[in-house]
Design a protein around this ligand. Structure first.
Ligand code: FPP
Ligand code: MG
Ligand code: MG
Length: 374
């Protein structure tokens, strides 16, 4: 599949929801302080895959009616009778708001992320901190978190509220872990360490690298996959899935596995992607001192990069030499396989969901994220 087809198919999946979704989203990014509106809406107005809201709305369409408590939740279900409501068919108004909550939360995290990562660009344009400065970008992120909270308060579900709050916290934990604060005592992230690389020789170094790998998977869950997992869980909760319904676990597991695959592909693209398409420089992760899956796999085949990895690419030429090594080993194809194995698990999680057009679309997304080039 070409990039063009892939991004089109991802975009096409959300296209029917775009207008209603986007209007509500921009409304949440509006402030009486004009500069705050500009910054809050800046990433909302850029072309984007809208992956998170897309998945939420498709999950709702695929599962509404299946939850034990559906009858009490389904009072204001959209039924198709106009171009707009046809697109939202079988979605509750609260579920459209939920999609907005998660997109707002995502945008807030990007505003903070671009400060943390010192990112000059995002999606090929200057980042908000590059344009307006770090202090203002941080405030815009805070503002949007408040807006997400305000909106989630209207959904009528304390459970959804606490799951969204948990996502805030887990994102922060993931970022801190990534920044190297390894002494946090973290709860149980539901990651499955597939293909744990084994590197021999000095056992002390070995331990560092093994724990780096486990931390990588945990961090990947926390900074990215947790949001997908909780988004999917909230979607089915609003559709009446109770704690006992197997649908809850299925939705959450679908989101977690898809999120893992998504982030692992992101890490892969840092090595093999086209900086122009990505809208950010090549090897940006290594330049930030981050050790990701391709590096772990390269290390298994080529011990020569070990000192570079252990010093987080801070030595002269470390980034370039490691990038060469990654390209000259099976590292990239093994990373792709790792992402594929998570995408497959995501599909398996949907086995209990009956066939429908929306389920087909969810399955399509699991393939599309693997083929994406930006
Ligand atoms: C992008 O990753 C960033 C994230 C997935 C999460 C960022 C989370 C925070 C900054 C914590 C603050 C949280 C809230 C709720 C405001 P990346 O830097 O790997 O990817 P990129 O290329 O898109 O920048
Ligand atoms: Mg970043
Ligand atoms: Mg980051």
């Amino acid at each position: 599949q070409t990039h063009h087809q892939t991004s089109q198919s991802l975009n096409a999946l959300l296209a029917p929801f775009t207008k209603q979704f986007q209007n509500g989203l921009l409304r949440q990014g509006t402030s009486s302080v004009p500069l705050l509106t500009t910054m809050s809406q800046y990433y909302m107005l850029q072309p984007s895959k809208r992956l998170r809201p897309c998945l939420i709305l498709l999950m709702c369409q695929a599962t509404n009616g299946l939850g034990s408590d559906w009858e009490t939740k389904s009072t204001s279900l959209w039924v198709g009778c106009s171009a707009e409501t046809d697109a939202l068919e079988n979605i509750l108004p609260e579920q459209l708001s939920l999609a907005q909550v998660f997109e707002i939360l995502h945008v807030a995290s990007l505003l903070h992320d671009d400060v943390i990562d010192n990112a000059e660009t995002r999606r090929g344009s200057p980042s908000v901190p590059a344009l307006f400065g770090n202090r203002r970008a941080i405030l815009a992120g805070d503002f949007l978190l408040g807006r997400a909270m305000r909106l989630v308060g209207t959904l009528g579900s304390p459970e959804v509220m606490s799951l969204v709050a948990e996502v805030f916290c887990t994102l922060v934990e993931g970022e801190l872990l990534q920044a190297g604060y390894t002494d946090l005592s973290l709860g149980s992230a539901v990651v499955d360490p597939v293909h744990l690389p084994r590197v021999a020789q000095d056992p002390a170094e070995d331990e560092i690298i093994t724990s780096l790998w486990q931390e990588y998977l945990q961090k990947t869950y926390m900074k990215t996959a947790s949001l997908f997992a909780k988004a999917m869980e909230c979607a089915v909760i609003l559709g009446g899935a109770t704690a006992e319904d197997p649908l809850r676990e299925a939705a959450s597991s679908f989101g977690a596995c898809l999120g893992m695959a998504f982030q692992i592909v992101d890490d892969l693209l840092d090595f093999e992607g086209d900086p122009k398409k990505l809208g950010k420089p090549a090897n940006a992760d290594m330049r930030l001192g981050l050790v990701t899956a391709p590096v772990f796999f390269a290390l298994q085949e080529d011990e020569s990069i070990r000192p570079r990895v252990l010093r987080c690419f801070e030595g002269p030429g470390d980034v370039e030499a490691t990038a060469d090594c990654v390209r000259n080993t099976q590292a990239l194809s093994r990373t792709r396989k790792l992402a594929e194995s998570y995408a497959m698990k995501a599909r398996e999680a949907l086995n209990i969901v009956p066939d429908s057009a929306a389920k087909e679309a969810l399955l399509k997304v699991t393939f599309a994220i693997l083929a994406r080039q930006a």
